[in-house]
Design a protein around this ligand. Structure first.
Ligand code: FAD
Length: 405
């Protein structure tokens, strides 16, 4: 193999490039980046960066000299098409790049709002640094903020807006915060904390319409007919994988670019990873799964790089995730899909709680709020059998650290 072209310079794409060099790959590495500037990390966009706690330089994966020293060619362009027959990609600028192996790390875009008024000014999703740079001064001025969707990004933003002094209303179709991702017990802790910061939740409530004045949003009408004033609306209602390139190239698509356990697409010269890839997930019964997390993009990047230098392995890494909201740091190890039995450790009132999520007798995930030690041991326990049972976890004075040892 003499050359690897990587499409997308987010968490997954950059990791493939870095790991290839670490693994001793000596050939050409080209990283095609369609965003301005050097590649950066996304999580701070809805948290520390928006609050002004860290600057743009602190978000970069690596300084410019790193790419030069490592001979990683950063190309500012967009891949417009893949010519599989000739193993070549065509760029928006009109030039082309030949590849020995192609890596698709194109990520996902925000699911757009589709109600009347969605194109008014003052309405944002948060995906890129450009989004956060637009939003940052507005959130400091806004008095009335409406957040659509009580998922991770919506709630991270709600916490920021409340900290900046805005009146914040959250609309959510479900009946609790982060319902698709966390246990009822953890949702309850976050609901109480947000309400303590002044955030108002509207559960089982959709968005009917956005009203504007002079081209800018001024109010939100809810599905139950209420009108909430809003100078700023932020939505986080899920993402759609960026599969267009792969689709047009005839690769298999199934809620993302379909890959096998080695993260190869239906073309053996093309890999895919991160938010855009649907892979057979060991922790989800080998079902095709798309995960949107830094851990997933990074671990998959390492796996692809190792395979390309002749060290293939199936992808089995344990999923983990975090979110920061106000003074709460939630860390999740494992996947809680299908959990039907929960054991809690700690004290929800003190905002220090771990929820052990079981499916039957099998421990499948551990959610830890402000208990980082539990998260560390949970990752070790979940990464290997034998599994902890609900009965053992429910014993008085049970401690994850002692059990792991
Ligand atoms: P991305 O990082 O999205 O990178 C994809 C890149 O490909 C983008 O730059 C895109 O513009 C580019 N691209 C697409 N098409 C083309 C093309 N044709 N040519 C060239 N380039 C192209 N995860 C966590 O684990 N914890 C968190 O706290 C957390 N917070 C988040 C907060 C925000 C605001 C966001 C948006 C995400 C957050 N995530 C978090 C999720 C995490 O950032 C993603 O899972 C991760 O970035 C996925 O990496 P990726 O490489 O698959 O895609």
């Amino acid at each position: 193999l003499d050359s690897v072209v990587i499409v997308g310079a987010g968490h997954g794409g950059v990791q493939v490039a870095i790991s290839l060099r670490q693994e001793g790959f000596g050939g050409r590495i080209v990283l095609v980046n369609d965003e301005p500037g050097l590649p950066y990390q996304r999580p701070p966009l809805s948290k520390a960066y928006l609050l002004g706690k860290i600057n743009a330089t602190a978000m970069l994966f690596r300084p410019e000299t790193f790419y030069v020293d490592q001979r990683i060619e950063l190309v500012h362009d967009r891949v417009a098409a893949i010519d599989r027959q000739n193993r070549r990609v065509m760029l928006d600028s009109g030039s082309a790049l030949d590849f020995g192996h192609l890596v698709l790390a194109t990520g996902a875009h925000n699911r757009p709002l589709n109600v009347p008024g969605s194109t008014l000014g003052g309405i944002f999703g948060i995906k890129t640094k450009a989004d956060a740079d637009f939003l940052s001064p507005l959130v400091k001025q806004a008095r009335n903020v409406v957040v659509i969707g009580a998922g991770f990004i919506g709630l991270e933003f709600a916490a920021v807006a409340a900290a900046e002094g805005a009146a914040v209303e959250v609309l959510e179709l479900g009946d609790r915060p982060m319902a698709r991702a966390v246990s009822p017990q953890m949702s309850e802790l976050f609901r109480a904390a947000h309400q303590g910061w002044g955030v108002k939740f509207n559960f089982r409530t959709g968005l009917a319409e956005l009203e504007g004045e002079d081209g800018k949003v001024s109010a939100v009408t809810t599905s139950d007919g209420r009108r909430l004033p809003a100078e700023l609306v932020v939505y986080g209602i899920g993402v759609i994988p960026n599969v267009q390139l792969a689709l047009e190239a005839g690769l298999d698509i199934d809620n993302g670019i379909r890959v096998n356990s080695s993260l190869l697409t239906s073309d053996p010269h093309i890999s895919a990873l991160g938010d855009v890839a649907a892979f057979p997930c060991v922790q989800n019964g080998e079902n095709l799964t798309r995960l949107e997390s830094v851990q997933n993009a990074v671990d998959q990047g390492k796996l692809i790089a190792a395979r390309l230098v002749g060290k293939p392995a199936p992808y089995t890494a344990l999923p983990w995730f975090w979110t920061d909201q106000g003074n709460l740091k939630l860390q999740i190890a494992g996947l809680s899909i299908g959990a039907d039995n929960y054991v809690t450790l700690g004290d929800a009132a003190a905002q220090q709680l771990s929820v052990l999520c079981f499916r039957g007798d099998e421990l499948i995930a551990v959610e830890s709020c402000n208990r980082p030690g539990d998260h560390v041991f949970a990752r070790k326990i979940l990464a290997r059998p034998p599994a902890l049972t609900p009965a053992a976890a429910a014993a008085p004075d049970f401690d994850l650290k002692a059990w792991e040892a």
